[in-house]
Design a protein around this ligand. Structure first.
Ligand code: UDP
Length: 310
């Protein structure tokens, strides 16, 4: 039996990854300090003897007795509203947390996977973004705490790969959605859904012409697993390449929820990327991966979750 340690395992993506890996026969050690994660995401796993929860802040040293075969570092606030509220913890999760988890992987002779982000591309001047694009990031802006922490995390991961020959992988995760997102995390999907379901105004920031693309959680997890099991050490983008304006996206959620909400416009947050869309040619070629879930069916599942949980 293979043991995997997942930091951020009680978060939105981490908890789905825990479910998936337990199903595949892994033993899962879930590490989370619950600052943005939530125990209710893993409550259904508490009785599972292959699952163990450690309440621990990964920016502090971690000692684990068991053997570990894979370390997956997913711990970090990831919503712009969250990471702007706790920028120092965000910087520490990406820097000290990455250092601690890389050190653990090295000591345990484990494979390592870093959850990075499309935010490493900042407000991109190239669209869609291939992995070879270096990005356009404001290091001192309000998103810098997340973007630069993840860029540092990528640099440190590659240094451990080059110097210590650690088998490392980096996934650049583009906007992902699905059940277990926090209703109050401030991102477009939970905001629009909660607002639409309550028939309250749907808040589109700026003129709504900025673009994003939305990947359903099960597609992302499938890609993360393929990357984890692959021999690839360079970063790989995972996301859905169907690009929408935020206004189109708000209208779609309004339609799918049959909401009576009005769409209202609010100021665009500083440094909000104007475009974002993954170039997934590398994942398609090297992992034989591409998203399968249509936006309509993914959103319908997610709406069901928000209906039952808000
Ligand atoms: N957004 C919006 N209204 C909201 C929340 C977000 O118009 O209530 C916009 C936000 O300005 C951005 C896009 O939706 O352009 C996606 O934002 P999100 O916070 O989901 O994540 P990001 O892609 O910016 O990291």
């Amino acid at each position: 039996m293979k043991n995997v340690l997942i930091t951020g395992g009680a978060g939105f993506i981490g908890s789905h990854l825990s479910d998936f890996l337990l199903d595949k026969g892994f033993k899962v050690i879930c590490v989370d300090n619950l600052i943005t994660g939530n125990k209710k995401n893993i409550r259904h796993l508490e009785e599972n003897s292959n699952f163990k929860f450690l309440n621990h802040d990964i920016s502090k040293h971690i000692a684990v007795d068991e053997k570990i075969d894979f370390v997956l570092h997913f711990a970090s606030p990831a919503s712009p509203v969250d990471y702007q509220k706790i920028p120092i913890q965000t910087l520490k999760a990406g820097s000290l947390g990455t250092h601690n988890t890389l050190g653990l992987a090295l000591a345990k002779k484990a494979k390592y996977l870093l959850a990075s982000t499309s935010e490493v591309y900042g407000d991109p001047l190239v669209n869609p973004q291939p992995e070879a694009y270096f990005g356009n990031v404001n290091p001192i802006g309000i998103r810098g705490c997340y973007d630069e922490a993840k860029r540092f995390a990528e640099a440190l991961t590659m240094a451990y790969h080059r110097i210590h020959k650690l088998d490392t992988k980096i996934v650049r995760i583009f906007n992902t959605y699905g059940p277990r997102m926090r209703g109050d995390d401030g991102r477009a999907v939970p905001n629009f859904m909660t607002q639409a379901l309550k028939n309250e105004p749907i808040t589109v920031y700026g003129n709504g012409k900025q673009t994003r693309s939305f990947c359903y959680i099960s597609d992302l997890i499938d890609g993360v697993y393929k990357l984890m099991m692959s021999g690839i050490n360079e970063p790989v983008n995972l996301g859905n390449p169907e690009e929408y304006t935020i206004l189109e996206f708000a209208e779609l959620i309004k339609r799918l929820t049959k909401s009576k909400s009005r769409i209202v416009f609010r100021p665009l947050p500083v440094d909000d990327p104007h475009v974002r869309c993954p170039d997934i040619a590398k994942a398609q070629k090297e992992l034989k991966w591409k998203p399968k879930v249509s936006l309509n069916s993914g959103l319908t599942e997610t709406i069901k979750f928000f209906r039952n949980n808000s």
